[in-house]
Ligand binder design. Structure first.
Ligand code: ZN
Ligand code: FE
Length: 254
């Protein structure tokens, strides 16, 4: 069994600690900061085995060097980001496997938000750690990639099993949902989801993780084939990648 601890940090980031109770190996995904991770490790009496980075932005790697120095952990990140991941020990590529005890995470290359972005997918455990590629009802901004690249990356996540839990790195759900309703105002599942999200946020509770099946039903960046969405944004019968690009453009200006 993997135990997952979600630590809210900075304005809206999440750090995830993943612990395997059998091997006692522990990984942290995208440590923006070191201290909150060290606090959990001390409280749980866990020692850190790995840092898994999804991409090089400072709100994902900020704690790398201090954690490495204080715990002796190994840092794993995308091979193509080698030059810009602080303290990297091992560069991984698409389809590589990272092990935590007997648990295996497959690396999936998802460029778009950045050119080297990767995600970690534990197939047997139905867990996806997707950094800034996929958010609940949203996706990452295109800082270093084209809409076409991001669209291809998202297609790789869209086909994961419905029950897969989506652990993204930011609590952007409520504003993403507000935008989603402007492009698909009559989507009932989206309306329902937003009622839940508004309740959770009013109580300062997390809305993450979501699941792939929820994203298929509510995330406009997974819904290029919705006729309502296409009509609302004036892209009826356009190619999925063109519809995607237009949704991304509209969201950037929302
Ligand atoms: Zn980022
Ligand atoms: Fe980020």
């Amino acid at each position: 069994m993997l135990e997952i601890i979600q630590i809210p940090v900075l304005t809206d980031n999440y750090i995830y600690i993943i612990h395997d109770s059998i091997s006692r190996e522990t990984a942290v995904v995208d440590p923006a900061l070191a201290e909150p991770v060290l606090d959990v490790l001390a409280k749980k009496n866990w020692s850190l085995t790995y840092i898994l980075n999804t991409h090089h932005h400072s709100d994902h790697v900020g704690g790398n060097l201090q954690l490495k120095q204080q715990t002796g952990c190994r840092i794993i990140a995308g091979q193509s980001d080698r030059a810009r991941i602080p303290g990297i020990d091992a560069g991984v590529n698409d389809n590589d496997v990272v092990s935590l005890g007997t648990h295996k995470a497959k690396v999936i290359f998802t460029p778009g938000h950045t050119s080297g972005h990767i995600v970690y997918y534990f197939a047997e455990e139905h867990l996806l750690f997707c950094g800034d590629t996929l958010f609940a009802m949203g996706c990452g901004r295109l800082f270093e990639g084209s809409a076409e690249q991001m669209w291809h990356s998202l297609q790789k996540l869209k086909v994961l099993p419905a029950a897969t839990q989506v652990y993204c790195t930011h609590e952007y759900t409520q504003s993403n949902g507000r935008f989603a309703l402007t492009v698909e105002p009559n989507n009932h599942l989206l309306q329902q989801k937003m009622v839940e999200v508004d309740k959770l946020r009013a109580n300062h509770q997390t809305t993450v993780p979501s699941t792939i099946v929820e994203e298929l039903a509510t995330n406009p960046f997974f819904r290029e084939d919705s006729v309502e969405l296409q009509k609302t944004i004036g892209m009826l019968n356009k190619k999925p990648v063109q519809v995607f690009a237009e949704i991304r453009r509209l969201k950037d200006h929302f």
